[in-house]
Design a protein around this ligand. Structure first.
Ligand SMILES: Cc1ncc(COP(=O)(O)O)c(C=O)c1O
Length: 437
């Protein structure tokens, strides 16, 4: 079983209180305050090894972490240490991985509307590949590269026309998508690169079909299209494209209803699809995000108020919600939670409750109808599988400080993101002189 198939971090232990990485979660909440993001290093390194082990048969496999899932300096250090490159989509992500000491030759710059400033930064910091998304960007990148006197290795992002079964907002490979060239545009852009854009060096194709995918068939179909398209381009234009980036997308287990495949089975599906078409594509890039970081992360919250409404539903409010985890309100994402004071809670009667956030939206509900031992004000709860797309999509809605994040391992906890302060919240504000008292 690979790490993405577990709801909870691999180092989790049920002692008097829940512990992760040998650290008592109740004590972590006391020490660092809540809400608190906790990242388990053992789980993170575990999934990295699952990927490396599963794909070890491939000599030219490039494992990149899609840093959009969670991009902090310490996480980037661990991923670089595990030999991963990075899929980045902004100057901020590029700068973070650069400052964390990543090997920039293993960084891909991706995105559907890269700015001039971002392209210049990426070229200055020598990212290894650009994934060119559209005609406008190809021309822009070529012009900037020309001015800088450099030649840029690129992949073309294509929309393979695959509809995988996941939430509409996280599907990206269907024809009606804002990302990439559709297949009818590929010849035109290849022709432009060969004949006009002399500062672009086309190395291969890139696609990403969506996120939280459970069906290996979707990846199989995607590879089929990438491989066929590469072979077709090579033949038609006399090229030797030899790189295929199949994106990320492997799902994780948020609740018992989720059935993500083992990483080994993903590797098997890739092998089968490649063998079927027996095309020489020596280099394969994979850029998983969610499946790398999700399981290693949990969020701790403290229970505050509660109320029972006339229809009998009990709301229990915690000190965080949609600003630190927008996924439930954005796309009805489901989570599992537990109280951290395990042995004490075992004595309490169970009840069905709805965990509400503290933000001013009725939709700010973290978990609906979950069965838990009766929760009391001051209790700390642990929500599982919050490593991906929680902190990275967090906001300061209601002018609330973003939580801290700690890394746990070997009974040690280290701050990797400091909690914001009230002064942080107004640090970028400015009052024009004419309004001052
Ligand atoms: C181009 C690209 N690659 C990789 C990923 C990572 O996907 P996931 O987190 O599902 O693995 C994304 C996510 O949106 C993406 O857009």
């Amino acid at each position: 079983m690979s790490v993405n198939q577990s709801i909870k971090p691999v180092s989790l232990e049920y002692k008097e209180n829940l512990t992760i990485g040998g650290c008592d979660l109740k004590k972590l909440a006391e020490k660092y305050g809540t809400p608190l993001y906790v990242i388990d290093e053992l789980t993170l390194r575990g999934i990295c090894r699952d990927y490396k082990e599963a794909f070890k048969e491939y000599k030219n496999i490039h494992l990149m972490y899609a840093s959009k899932a969670l991009c902090t300096s310490a996480v980037a250090r661990i991923l670089d240490d595990e030999g991963f490159g990075f899929d980045t989509v902004s100057a901020g992500e590029i700068y973070t991985v650069y400052r964390a000491g990543a090997d920039m030759s293993k960084v891909l710059f991706n995105g559907n509307n890269k700015s001039v400033r971002e392209i210049e930064l990426a070229l200055d910091l020598k990212v290894g590949r650009f994934s060119v998304d559209n005609f406008y960007e190809a021309e822009l990148l070529n012009n900037i590269a020309d001015k800088k006197g450099v030649k840029v290795d690129i992949l073309l992002r294509i929309t393979p026309g695959i509809e995988c079964h996941t939430h509409d907002y996280i599907q990206t490979g269907q024809v009606d998508s804002k990302f990439g060239f559709d297949l009818s545009q590929v010849d035109k852009i290849v022709d432009l690169i060969i004949n006009k854009y002399k500062n672009l060096n086309l190395r291969g194709l890139h696609a990403h079909i969506g996120s939280q995918i459970f069906e290996l068939k979707s990846f199989y179909d995607e590879i089929e299209i990438l491989v066929r398209e590469i072979a077709r381009i090579n033949k038609k234009f006399g090229l030797k494209l030899d790189e295929m980036n199949m994106g990320g997308g492997l799902g994780v287990k948020y609740t018992e209803d989720d059935t993500p495949p083992d990483v080994k089975d993903l590797a098997k599906a890739v092998a089968e699809a490649m063998n079927k078409y027996s095309v020489e594509i020596p280099t394969i890039y994979l850029e998983p995000g969610r499946s790398i970081i999700s399981t290693s992360g949990v969020t701790l919250y403290t229970v505050g108020s509660s109320k029972v409404v006339p229809n009998g539903r009990k709301y229990v409010a915690v000190d965080g919600g949609m600003a630190d985890n927008p996924r439930p309100s954005m796309y009805q994402a489901k989570y599992v939670a537990e109280g951290v004071n395990v042995s004490e809670m075992a004595q309490r009667p169970k009840e069905k409750v709805t965990i509400a956030g503290r933000f001013c939206e009725s939709g700010d509900i973290l978990i609906e109808n979950i069965e838990l031992p009766e929760l009391r004000s001051g209790d700390v709860i642990c929500v599982y599988n919050t490593g991906a797309y929680n902190y990275s999509m967090s906001s300061n809605y209601n002018k609330v400080e973003k939580p801290a994040m700690v890394l746990v391992n070997n009974s040690q906890s280290d701050i990797i993101v400091y909690r914001e302060t009230l002064d942080d919240l107004i640090s970028k504000d400015s009052i024009p002189d004419r309004l001052r008292k």
